[in-house]
Design a protein around this ligand. Structure first.
Ligand code: AMP
Length: 401
């Protein structure tokens, strides 16, 4: 019997990640990235059977050139993979209100993705290019392309969470509301968490913390997202690597009127110069931050601000849990690895029945999964995220239906 494989494609502004996954046994057989498009540094590298290959691309490289290289140079070397790819799953950042679940890509779906670009102008247009280029490079899979949206998991959140305190017509006419992000990751770790704790996902309540360069917290009841910290865009919520998270909107008026900053400069400041980078004045990299905590006053303060905001979000989400919280789950580069952030955050939540076990906390990092709580605590889990696997599984289910 032949195996059935899924090619997963994730297009960023100047990069393209790819993976070939067996959705049944959950194994990644090949994975890689092409980076630095339109730059002399451009390259494509891939990993298979524990060995890594790298090839420099031309200066005029692009998503199309990378996909063509994948189809016609890399996969030619591995016909046993190429011949068994039955579909392509694309990560799409924003699905607006239209897409509440993953879908097979049609012309209408492409139009919908284009329409939602207004809320993700850096991502959706590039991901549409990724779809068109994938059709060119894999023409036999033209009708086997699936879109998996970062926002769709959060389409279950109720009005009281997704509406802002703005005149209603901004929502009715312009669809300005909370959409959230990282949905694929929150969904994946909540499902894995329910399995680890032997509970049915339909009866599983948890708070998931995806902490990486971008960070968000989600309240999940009976397996469904009911609130999340990112908003119309991924700028709202927690303190992030370079994004400010929640601020008083009047700061923007002050920057504009008093400091004479124009709207592009304000946007760039809030998106790329703020968060941990802005507060430490050194870096957004939590490895450096963790190694230098208590050695540098700005770093110490930035960590305290990060933890303060994160613990406030977790605490506030506990009241949405219908009196039953089954687990707190940490994931993302920081959630999976930062012993310091996990310890400081959980210590603040003692009053809510959370208690960290220092030894377990120290041991769980670098891709390990496990509990980090004491016996007298609500379960606190660390689960490495695997958005690619969830995209492959959704793609497989849709193609089989
Ligand atoms: P992500 O966006 O999920 O890839 O996460 C990136 C963030 O995770 C960066 O701030 C990294 O510094 C942080 N990170 C990765 N590995 C570690 C580690 N071993 N300890 C602390 N932070 C880490």
């Amino acid at each position: 019997m032949s195996i059935k494989l899924i090619l997963v494609i994730n297009c960023g502004s100047s990069s393209l990640k790819f993976a070939i996954i067996n959705p049944i046994n959950k194994k990644t057989l090949l994975s890689g990235i092409a980076e630095y498009f339109n730059d002399i540094k451009a390259y494509i590298k891939w990993r298979i059977d524990n060995s890594e290959e790298k090839f420099f691309l031309t200066k005029k490289s692009s998503h199309g050139i990378a996909l063509n290289f994948l189809a016609n140079k890399i996969l030619i070397m591995y016909p046993e993979l190429f011949e068994n790819i039955i579909a392509i799953g694309h990560r799409i950042v924003h699905g607006g209100e239209k897409f509440t679940q993953s879908v097979i890509i049609t012309d209408n779906v492409m139009k919908g993705i284009k329409k939602a670009s207004i809320f993700a102008p850096l991502h959706n247009p590039i991901q549409l290019i990724g779809i068109k280029e994938a059709i060119k490079s894999f023409p036999h899979l033209r009708k086997k392309q699936i879109a998996v949206f970062d926002t769709s998991f959060h389409q279950t959140i109720p009005k009281e969470s997704y509406l802002y305190g703005l005149p209603l017509y901004f929502y009715k006419k312009y669809k300005i509301r909370r959409y959230g992000a990282h949905g694929t990751s929150h969904k994946y770790v909540s499902k894995e968490g329910s399995k680890l704790l032997n509970k049915s996902i339909d009866n599983f309540n948890c708070i998931t913390c995806h902490l990486g360069n971008g960070s968000s917290v989600t309240a999940i009841c009976n397996g469904k997202s009911i609130d999340t910290s990112m908003g119309l865009t991924p700028l709202e919520g927690l303190i992030m690597g370079t994004r400010c998270g929640d601020i008083d909107p009047a700061i923007i008026f002050y920057m504009n009127k008093k400091l004479k900053m124009n709207i592009n400069l304000i946007e760039n400041t809030l998106t790329n110069k703020s968060g941990m980078l802005g507060l430490t004045n050194i870096t957004s990299d939590f490895r450096y931050i963790e190694n230098n905590y208590l050695k540098n006053k700005n770093i110490e303060n930035a960590v305290k601000i990060f933890v303060h905001r994160l613990s406030k979000y977790i605490a506030s989400y506990t009241i949405l849990m219908n009196n039953k919280l089954d687990a707190i789950i940490f994931t993302g580069g920081i959630g999976e690895n930062s012993i310091l952030i996990r310890e400081l955050t959980i210590k603040k939540l003692k009053i809510l029945g959370m208690n960290i076990n220092k030894k377990l906390n120290i041991n769980i990092k670098h891709g390990k999964t496990g509990l980090i709580n004491n016996n007298n605590s609500i379960p606190i889990l660390v689960i490495p995220t695997n958005e690619e696997l969830l995209i492959a599984q959704d793609t497989f289910i849709l193609i089989n239906n």
